[in-house]
Design a binder for this molecule. Structure first.
Ligand code: ZN
Length: 293
């Protein structure tokens, strides 16, 4: 599942390449990946020019000149690949980013009037691309429920602590993964930021001191910014870098580092536990467990 930095990497790439392009044709092979009526596609997508590419949580919003938007959720295995005067591909790391397209993972192909193409590939078919009136997007159920964007200025330390109160009796990791608390944080960035803040993922939210929650806020913002700088958790040069398939976040301190020495050189070993139903990486020396009295 891509997390916020991976989707932001896709957004940045598409924003540079798609703006001002005009849609000529659309092909799709799997109706669930492109659940739009022919009338809507004909009226609001064909002939439309792309205005901008936005992101909310892990959802991409491609705004069109028709006041409609393509709302894209990459889910588990989605990826966006552009082929034209430049090559760009990001999302789920596999050979479709560099191979001939369309291939068997291609669900939607959008051809622009300059003959460049945008491919929405999705091996497992959980993702989708929906055409919706731009003005209606804030009213869709997901958008109404989703928590604040961690990289927006509105996401202050105080807002973070307040949002966490919704989940005060759960583990801090479960609270971070809850998209209504905070948008876009998944397993990797939850583990990384809890390690940096020195909080054990099993700690109960209400038992964690405010000071530590403030540290966690800073850690989340820092980790996300660093990851976006690095092009997400998959190698940003993947498209040009043969043999780097599935290359991993080189800056991760604990994620998938089980049985390795703690990067704080505390003498401890990173352990893998299960918290909130997810594989969780922790140094029990450096991360304090806050439990209820
Ligand atoms: Zn340690």
């Amino acid at each position: 599942m891509p997390e916020l930095p991976e989707v932001e990497t896709v957004r940045i790439g598409l924003q540079k390449l798609l703006v001002h392009k005009t849609v000529q044709t659309v092909d799709f092979d799997w109706p669930k990946s492109f659940p739009n009526s022919k009338q809507q596609v004909d009226a609001f997508l064909l002939g439309a020019t792309i205005i901008q590419v936005r992101r909310r949580a892990k959802v991409l919003l491609i705004d069109l000149s028709t006041n409609y938007s393509l709302v894209v959720h990459l889910k588990m295995t989605g990826q966006m690949v552009f082929r034209g005067e430049q090559y760009f591909g990001a999302g789920h790391p596999n050979d479709s980013l560099i191979g001939d397209l369309p291939d068997k993972s291609t669900r939607v192909t959008i051809t622009f009037t300059d003959a460049s193409k945008l491919f929405f590939n999705d091996q497992r078919k959980f993702g989708w691309m929906r055409l919706l009136p731009t003005a209606e997007i804030p009213n869709i159920d997901f958008m109404k429920k989703v928590g604040p964007e961690p990289l927006e200025p509105e996401f202050t330390k105080e807002v973070f602590v307040e949002r966490l109160q919704r989940r005060k009796n759960t583990s801090i990791k479960a609270a971070l993964l809850d998209q209504t608390v905070l948008a876009g944080i998944g397993n990797i960035y939850a583990d990384e930021s809890l390690f940096i803040a020195g909080i054990h993922p099993k700690s109960i939210v209400s038992a964690v001191p405010k000071k530590s929650l403030f540290l966690l806020h800073t850690a989340i913002v820092d980790v996300l910014k660093l990851s976006i700088e690095k092009g997400g958790s998959t190698d940003r040069n993947y498209v040009n870098a043969e043999g780097k398939k599935g290359s991993y976040i080189s800056f991760a301190k604990v994620f998938r580092k089980e049985n390795q020495p703690c990067p704080n050189a505390c003498g401890g070993i990173i352990e893998k536990l299960r918290v909130a139903g997810r594989g969780t990486h922790v140094c029990v020396h450096c991360q304090k467990l806050y439990e209820k009295e």
